[in-house]
Structures are given as structure tokens and as C-alpha cells.
Design a protein around this ligand. Structure first.
Ligand code: SF4
Length: 733
């Protein structure tokens, strides 16, 4: 049996695979070509409800099956998150199922004749080897030396596994690379975050301000449907963005703000609302703590002051503040989603939360609704150990969870005796392209004693694994129940639509098998997924067969608004806290303060990145159906800047950042729709694994260029919009 290799070379799946004695899946590839696109003409043999995993929104899906092939996906009309519709990515689920590049059988990294290779192995061998290596690491360095990187609904069973092992090192990029500062900012202000799905009452809003929120490009199904409803009702939109985004195109106002100055605009909006007496006075008097201190704090944050910072005319700042106030409380500043930008992100999210408090919209129709959850008890298991692990609050005083970025740092070599993380379990998370500074992540992975990756596709992360455990796609497996808090309480089921196409397994089965081999079977006492799910549902007096038939059960709707003059909040003062004593006690500014961003060096542009409506990061950039629609990313460059640089639309360019990291080629999009001081590209392209036969080297990777971050001092978020690039014609590279 091969043991771990001290240093890993990137090992692409298939290229150097030694064929093992595992049953092949010849003939299955023949399913692929016809079935990759939705076929509307076929009469199905059956229609199976489940929920989508092309992103993490979890919309209800109806899967049409003919001759054991999935031929069409459409939205489940009974599911409140889809309302009978899918977004463009969701229809690409067939491409994910029939992608010929999928991981098809378990693999162990081995060395043969001095060369690293993948060896195809049985599940029994892969699981026994993984359990043995995790046991060895735990015995040698303790449970806290093991970490789980997890992204996606199926990660729940692996979290149980890690907790059972006694480690608390459970990290998700959705915290410090995405939504964490927003949740911190709202929790510090209101006592609760805004969740995912965000608790905004978009369909009934009369005015919404978006700050760097690319709705329409960030294609979350229900959010876009809600936006259409608001638009149809005549709502006005204000978009604050250095780029004329899709949302800007739908807006009454576009504020092309200087990147990094959003907090200045928010403080100036607060100044106008207070100084002109436009805030919701009764709501503030009854529900807000620290108003007088905040009023004094923003006294000098006038639109004229903000103009110097943001480049937005004072008249426009006043007009947009008045537009919000005129429609309050059915008006809100959108809390955003991917919010790790400049390092002061919790403070900016606090400023958003506070402007919303001045609009008096919490619990109000057209503002923030109060979400409902259908309570489904867990499967009875013994209590999990308390656990030990990385302590984020030693560095970031109000961190709610360990940061993925810090656990990566804690995995790199730091001297022979320094305590560190020695093993990673990675579930559905392409860590090298998800964390900033790819080279740093790879260095950390190379220093680990053991890496096991559970995923459906080869990716940059599988190239550095010791063991690869191929998971079923979402159309081939059960997962845990979904009870996302929403405007109606519901429980939804993910269930197999077709049998496994390859020698792959569902995540629940992999976690249970590993748990049993590690002596943790007590935490996985159920027979199988059906036993687990039906037992949970029975405890809530719900029928498993009803859920299998419909895909979703919607509970009794309760009021989602609170019209009482005084509400109670889960903050220390039980009020909305404009002045946060919690922050003051932690040595942090108790009210949001503006920090001017660093300027780009001469000849450089600030690098901004975002989403495509048909892709979810690198998860979909090999998907045969979705690549047909958007095959690569482009670099947006202002037309005047292109003229100065002598570059034309369609030119292939290379990017180089402030740390001399290069990428490219990427095609230039020359446009008036972006400011002159920044460039923009879609995240997730520039794949480096040759075995991704469609995605390899399409476009360029922004992750490679994001070598610097600015940490959020409150919770540790990695502000990533602090990198600068220059560009050259590709042939000159
Ligand atoms: S938003 Fe789109 S990709 Fe995401 S779960 Fe819904 S349908 Fe699937």
C-alpha cells in the first residue's frame, strides 16, 4: 500500500491513471451527446422532483426521464424557490450528469517507477486507506490537525464526521470569501443576519438601492423573479457600481462610484436622511439604540464631503437618498451577497444595515420580512464531542467561524514543532481557485500529510489529493433535507432521478462508511438515506412518500411582517444598535468609519470580478450545456483607456498584477460601461486541468491574480478587490 507522498505534484485525473480491477462503465458515454440539452419533444416515462445543485440556492426541479435518461429539467411549480422556473444554469444540470470528464471511480495517488500516478481502486480500498490515514494523523497530531473544506448542501454529513473526530476546523468559503461580513454587520446591528435566501421583500418594494450587487448576472432564481415582480409594479432602482451592470440598465439611477468608497456614500445618505428629517422617526424612536451618537457621527459626512471620495455629484446623492425616503418603509438598500471587497466590509455592511434602520423597513412590507422555518427534528444520535481546533477570535474578535484562509495558512509548514493542520477533507470545494492566492494554497496543500477530496468532477483541487472519492451528481443521490428559512416554511427533498452512471457514491454513504471505519458509527446510526430521511420527517408528522412524490411540503404560513410600533431584537440592548457597544468592547469602531482605498499604481487598473448568469464559479466551466452559452470570460476595459493603450475590442491580452503574476490570454471587451480606473472579468475561468476537455485554458483566472487580500478586522473576511493589473497585447507576452 502506498503511503502519503511528502510533496505532491499536480496530478491530472486520467492522464496518468493506472487501470485497476474495478468494473468499467463502457457504453455509458453513449448516453451523453443526446442528453446534454433539454429535449422538449420527448414524452417522459416518469417525472421525478428533486432540488438543483448547479448553485447553492436549491431551487425545486422536475426531472423528466425517458429510457432511463434525463431528457429535461424544469422548475417545480410547487417549490417556493422556483415557482415553476429554473435559471439558465439550472437547466444545465443534464450537462453535469452526462459530462464525459466526470470522476468515475475511486483513485489513490501512488508512485510507480519513480513517477506519481493515479491508481483506480475499489471503494473498500479507498475508504480503508482514507480512514487509516486520518487515524494516523489524529493519533500523531490530535483531532485539531484535521480540517474540512465544505461547500454545498451535501457537506452536512462530513461536518458530522469531522465533529465526531473531535475537530472544530470546519471552514467554508461562503464565510470569509463571500457573505461573512454581511452577516456580521447585520448581526451586530439587528442581532440576526439576512441569511441565504436573503430576507428582503423585493416583490413589494417601491425602491431598492443596489451597491455592487450584480443581480441578473448573479442569477439566483427567486431573487430575479422577485426583481421582475418589483419592476412590473413600477419600483424604482438605484444601482451603485463602477460598471454599468445588467441591474444598472434597469435602474432609474446609475451611480458609477469610485471603487472602494461605498461607505462614504452610505454615510452621506444617512446624513441626508437625518439632516433633512426624512428618516422614519417613530420607528427610530421606538426601535433604535444610539441614534444621537450616530447623528453626531455623520454630521460632517455631507454629500459634498462624499463627492470628493466617491466622484458622485452631491445633487445625485441627495436625490437618491430622497428617493429611498419617499418610498420608505417599502424601500431598502440591498444587503449584497459577495461582499468581501476592501477589508472594511463588516463596517460597510453595518452602514447598509443602519441606512435601512433609518428607512424603518425591518419587518415591514417591501423591506425585510421575518422568515419562517419548518421545524424538522434531527435523527437521534449521541451528543458530538466538544472538539478542538483553530480559534478565530484570537485574531478577529467577533469572528463567528474559523476562516478558510487561516486554516490554509495553518496548514503550511511553520517550523518542525509548530502545531498546524496536517490533513484536509475537501467536499465540493475547488480550494485553489476559491481562496485568494492560488500559489499560497498549493504550497499549503503540498505541506499536508493527507488530502482526501470528495467531488463529482476533476478540478485543480483533485490534482493535489492523495485520495479522490467520486460522488454521485445531485441527480443520482439523496441528500439531507432542505428547510431554508423563507417567507413560507417548507421542507424539500433531493432524491435520485436515475441510478449512478458510474462507480460513484452519494456523500451520505461515503461519510457513513468513513465514520464506521473510524469508530464513529454511533453518529451514523441509520441504515441508509431513506431510513435517515423518513425518521426525521416522521418526527415532524410529515410523510416521506408525499415528499418523494411532490419534492416539497409547504407548511402553514405565518405573518412575515411586524406592524407593532416596537419590535424586540436579539442584540444586547434588544434594539437596533447604531452604536455597537459589542464592537467598542472589542476595541473596534462602534460606528461605521470610512477608510479611503489604496490608489492603483501608475499604469495599473483595479481588478474587479463577478459572476456570469450561466456559470457558478469553476463548478460549471466544463459543463457542455453551459459552455455553449458562455464559453469564456472577457476583460472589460473602458473605451478611452483602450484608445490610449492602442488596444481594440476582441484583442487577446495578458494581465500582470502588482506582484508580477501573469495570466491570459483573455479577450478584450472595449466598452463605455466601466470606469477608467478599473477592469472587470467573470470569475471561474482559466482552468488548468487538461482533463477538463472543454474548460481547459478558456479565458483567464482572476484567482491567480488575487495575490493580495486585506483582512476584515472584525471577522477575518478576505477583501479581494485590492489587486491591480496592467495589460499587454498577448503576442507581446
Ligand atoms: S438559482 Fe439556478 S442554478 Fe441555482 S439552484 Fe436555482 S435553478 Fe439551480
Amino acid at each position: 500500500m502506498a503511503t502519503s507522498l511528502n510533496r505532491r505534484t499536480f496530478l491530472a485525473i486520467s492522464a496518468t491513471t493506472v487501470m485497476g480491477g474495478v468494473a468499467g462503465t463502457a457504453g455509458l458515454a453513449a448516453l451523453a451527446p443526446k442528453a446534454q440539452a433539454n429535449d422538449r419533444s420527448v414524452k417522459p416515462d416518469r417525472v421525478v422532483p428533486t432540488f438543483c445543485e448547479l448553485c447553492f440556492w436549491k431551487c425545486g426541479v422536475l426531472a423528466y426521464v425517458k429510457d432511463e435518461k434525463v431528457v429535461k429539467l424544469e422548475g417545480n411549480p410547487k417549490h417556493p424557490l422556483s415557482n415553476g422556473k429554473l435559471c439558465p444554469r439550472g437547466t444545465g444540470g443534464i450537462g453535469a450528469l452526462y459530462d464525459s470528464d466526470r470522476l468515475k471511480r475511486p483513485l489513490i495517488r501512488t508512485r510507480l517507477n519513480g513517477e506519481e500516478k493515479w491508481r483506480e481502486v475499489s471503494w473498500e480500498e479507498a475508504l480503508a486507506f482514507t480512514a487509516q490515514r486520518l487515524s494516523e494523523v489524529k493519533a500523531k497530531y490530535g483531532a485539531k490537525s484535521i480540517a474540512l473544506y465544505s461547500h454545498g448542501h451535501g457537506g452536512a454529513f462530513f461536518k458530522t464526521l469531522l465533529k465526531g473526530l473531535g475537530s472544530t476546523n470546519i471552514v467554508a468559503p461562503s464565510n470569509d470569501q463571500c457573505r461573512g461580513p454581511r452577516e456580521s454587520g447585520f448581526e451586530l446591528t439587528y442581532g440576526v443576519g439576512v441569511g441565504s435566501v436573503e430576507t428582503i421583500d423585493t416583490p413589494h418594494a417601491r425602491c431598492i438601492a443596489f451597491i455592487g450587487s450584480h443581480l441578473g448576472e448573479n442569477m439566483h432564481n427567486t431573487a430575479v423573479q422577485d426583481m421582475s415582480a418589483a419592476s412590473a409594479r413600477g419600483a424604482s432602482f438605484i444601482t451603485v457600481d463602477p460598471r454599468f451592470s445588467i441591474m444598472a440598465g434597469k435602474s432609474k439611477y446609475w451611480l458609477p462610484i469610485k471603487p472602494g468608497t461605498d461607505t462614504a456614500l452610505l454615510l452621506a445618505w444617512a446624513n441626508v436622511l437625518i439632516e433633512e428629517g426624512l428618516y422614519q422617526k417613530d420607528f427610530v424612536a421606538n426601535n433604535v439604540e444610539g441614534f444621537e451618537q450616530f447623528k453626531a457621527h455623520v454630521k460632517d459626512k455631507t454629500p459634498e464631503w462624499a463627492y470628493i471620495e466617491t466622484g458622485i455629484e452631491p445633487t445625485v446623492i441627495r436625490e437618491t437618498a430622497r428617493e429611498l425616503a419617499r418610498n420608505a418603509p417599502a424601500a431598502f438598500v440591498h444587503p449584497g451577497r459577495h461582499v468581501v471587497w476592501y477589508g472594511n466590509d463588516t463596517q460597510r455592511s453595518r452602514a447598509i444595515a443602519i441606512v435601512n434602520a433609518l428607512l424603518g423597513n425591518w419587518g415591514k412590507k417591501g423591506g425585510f420580512y421575518l422568515p419562517q422555518t419548518l421545524n424538522v427534528p434531527g435523527y437521534p444520535t449521541p451528543p458530538l464531542p466538544k472538539g478542538e481546533g483553530y480559534q478565530p477570535r484570537q485574531t478577529f474578535p467577533l469572528a463567528a467561524a474559523p476562516c478558510a484562509y487561516d486554516v490554509c495558512d495553518a496548514s503550511a509548514k511553520q517550523g518542525d514543532d509548530a502545531p498546524r493542520v496536517h490533513a484536509w477533507i475537501v467536499y465540493g470545494c475547488n480550494v485553489p481557485l476559491t481562496l485568494p492566492n492560488t500559489a499560497r494554497t498549493i504550497e499549503a496543500m503540498n505541506a499536508l500529510d493527507f488530502v482526501v477530496v470528495v467531488d463529482t468532477m476533476p478540478a485543480e483541487v483533485t490534482g493535489y489529493a492523495d485520495v479522490v472519492l467520486p460522488e454521485n451528481t445531485y441527480l443520482e443521490r439523496y441528500d439531507d433535507l432542505d428547510t431554508t428559512p423563507y417567507r413560507v416554511p417548507f421542507v424539500a427533498l433531493r432524491q435520485p432521478v436515475v441510478q449512478s452512471l458510474h462507480d460513484t457514491k452519494p456523500g451520505w454513504w461515503i461519510a457513513k462508511q468513513l465514520g464506521e471505519k473510524l469508530g464513529l458509527g454511533a453518529f451514523f446510526p441509520w441504515q441508509d438515506a431513506e431510513d435517515y430521511l423518513s425518521t426525521r420527517l416522521a418526527k415532524a408528522n410529515l410523510s416521506f412518500s408525499d415528499l418523494r412524490r411532490d419534492g416539497v411540503i409547504v407548511g402553514k404560513a405565518e405573518p412575515i411582517y411586524d406592524d407593532s410600533p416596537t419590535q424586540t431584537f436579539k442584540t444586547p440592548s434588544k434594539k437596533i444598535e447604531l452604536f455597537s457597544k459589542t464592537m467598542a468592547d472589542a476595541g473596534l469602531p462602534p460606528m461605521p468609519e470610512y477608510e479611503a482605498p489604496e490608489e492603483p499604481p501608475p499604469g495599473y487598473f483595479r481588478l474587479l470580478f463577478g459572476r456570469s448568469p450561466v456559470h457558478t464559479f469553476s463548478r460549471t466551466t466544463n459543463n457542455p450545456a453551459l459552455l455553449e452559452v458562455v464559453p469564456e470570460n472577457e476583460l472589460w476595459l473602458n473605451a478611452e483607456m483602450a484608445r490610449v493603450l492602442g488596444l481594440e475590442a476582441g484583442t487577446k491580452v495578458m494581465l500582470e498584477n502588482q506582484d508580477s503574476v501573469k495570466t491570459g490570454p483573455i479577450t478584450l471587451k472595449v466598452t463605455e460601461r466601466i470606469r477608467q480606473d478599473c477592469v472587470y472579468m467573470v470569475h471561474g475561468f482559466g482552468r488548468e486541468d487538461r482533463r477538463l476537455t472543454r474548460g481547459y485554458k478558456r479565458g483567464a483566472s482572476d484567482a491567480r491574480l488575487t495575490t493580495r487580500v486585506k483582512r476584515d478586522p472584525v471577522m477575518g473576511g478576505t477583501g479581494m478587490n485590492v489587486n491591480f493589473v496592467t495589460l499587454y497585447r498577448w503576442k507581446e507576452a
